[in-house]
Design a protein around this ligand. Structure first.
Ligand code: PLP
Length: 384
């Protein structure tokens, strides 16, 4: 059957019909008053979504571009930075910092475990000369399904005083509470194809007043990603360069839908879908990579021991047209990942779990009671 794909990967995520339709209009001029009005509405709603009074800047780039912009605008060559590394995306930020000649120190944790805030605290406390200029953390590590304890890490950074906290919130924004102003996060980056319910192509970054202070003296080279230009434009409901107009139509509609649902309801839906998925996997005898107390609300990584993870993915795709993600780097072939970020309903989770039960039986996974996964998911959904 054509056109029946259920996209359960942690990005790109499913897009509502209403958003797709909004994008099919003819483009309008990006300097027109009509478009300016749309930018104004989008910017207000982005602030709401980010729980911040600061500007949320929209870039034509994927999440990596937003993160690069967030890092290079506030630092200078050979600045010392700490990068919390427990997965593929965190590694990327360390490599990015190295590419720009920053003195990069990794604080490592096993892939599948959360960062230990204590090791970061120790490094910060030992830095009495205040040489550390930034601590960079991936909040929800999509490659492993781990949610790092950003609140605690941020508290240690605040005690240090000098370092900025820079956050990859690409799969945490819109899935779990992230009170940016209340926590005083300095740089927070995200991307459109994750929690925003729109296709890939936009990156977002929000900046604290403290970080803007550093912008004045930061010396890394920049041009297209010079955020000062985006900030000036945002103040005039405009953009420095031509934005993807039709993607912006989609964003306008998606943000309206999110406001209608409400932040608390969005977070509660992600929490329910996460718990339902995790309890179902446990009931089916499938080990989870991330521990219960550090579970991403965007993606669940499953590390089967009795069946081949890649075979699970291929049967799920062939027989049910359900797309699951595989493992990356050293986790390739060892895990499959179920995305439940953005426009994902309880129905979708139940569909994945029941289809997975059939798949597991076909692949010879033993010690499984048929229906046990669905029953476990059902219990979570009925209780919450
Ligand atoms: C998807 C993702 C990114 C950004 O990837 P792009 O392909 O550049 O959009 C960054 N960090 C995390 C945690 C992600 O999941």
């Amino acid at each position: 059957m054509e056109n029946n794909n259920l996209l359960m990967i942690p990005g790109p995520t499913p897009v509502p019909e209403k958003v797709l339709l909004a994008q099919t209009k003819h483009p309008i001029g990006h300097r027109s008053p009509e478009f300016s009005e749309i930018i104004g509405e989008i910017n207000d709603n982005l602030k709401w979504l980010h729980q911040t009074q600061n500007d949320v800047l929209t870039l034509t780039a994927s999440g990596t571009g937003a993160m690069e912009a967030g890092i290079i605008n506030f630092l200078s060559p050979s600045d010392r930075v700490i990068v919390g590394c427990n997965g593929k995306f965190a590694e990327r930020w360390a490599e990015l910092c190295e590419a720009f000649g920053l003195q990069t120190e990794r604080v490592n944790a096993e892939w599948g475990e959360a960062l230990d805030p204590e090791t970061i605290r120790e490094k910060l406390e030992a830095d009495t000369n205040k040489e550390i200029k930034a601590v960079i953390v991936t909040h929800s590590e999509t490659s492993t399904g781990v949610l790092n304890d950003l609140e605690t890490i941020n508290r240690h950074v605040k005690n240090h005083g000098e370092a900025l906290i820079m956050v990859d919130a690409v799969t945490s924004l819109g899935s779990v509470n992230l009170p940016i102003d209340q926590w005083g996060l300095d740089v927070v980056a995200s991307g459109s194809q994750k929690g925003y319910m729109i296709p890939p192509g936009l990156g977002f970054v929000t900046i604290s007043e403290k970080a803007w202070g550093r912008y004045e003296t930061a010396k890394l080279p920049k041009f297209y990603f010079d955020l000062g230009e985006y900030r000036k434009s945002a103040g005039k409901n405009s953009t420095p360069y031509t934005p993807p107009i039709n993607l912006m139509f989609g964003l306008q509609t998606a943000l309206q839908m999110m406001r209608e649902e409400g932040l608390d309801n969005i977070f509660a839906r992600h929490e329910r879908n996460t718990q339902a998925t995790r309890e179902a996997m446990k009931a089916l005898g499938l080990p989870l990579l991330a521990p219960d107390n550090a579970a991403s609300r965007a993606v669940t990584a499953v590390a089967p021991t009795t069946v081949d993870a890649e075979k699970v993915r291929s049967v799920m795709k062939k027989q049910f047209d359900i797309s699951l993600a595989g493992g990356q780097n050293q986790l390739k072939g060892k895990i499959f990942r179920i995305g439940h970020l953005g426009f994902v309903a309880e129905r979708d989770v139940l569909t994945v779990v029941s289809s997975l039960e059939v798949t597991l039986r076909e692949l010879g996974h033993e010690n499984m009671t048929p229906g046990a996964g669905v029953a476990a998911a059902n219990r979570v959904l009925a209780e919450s």
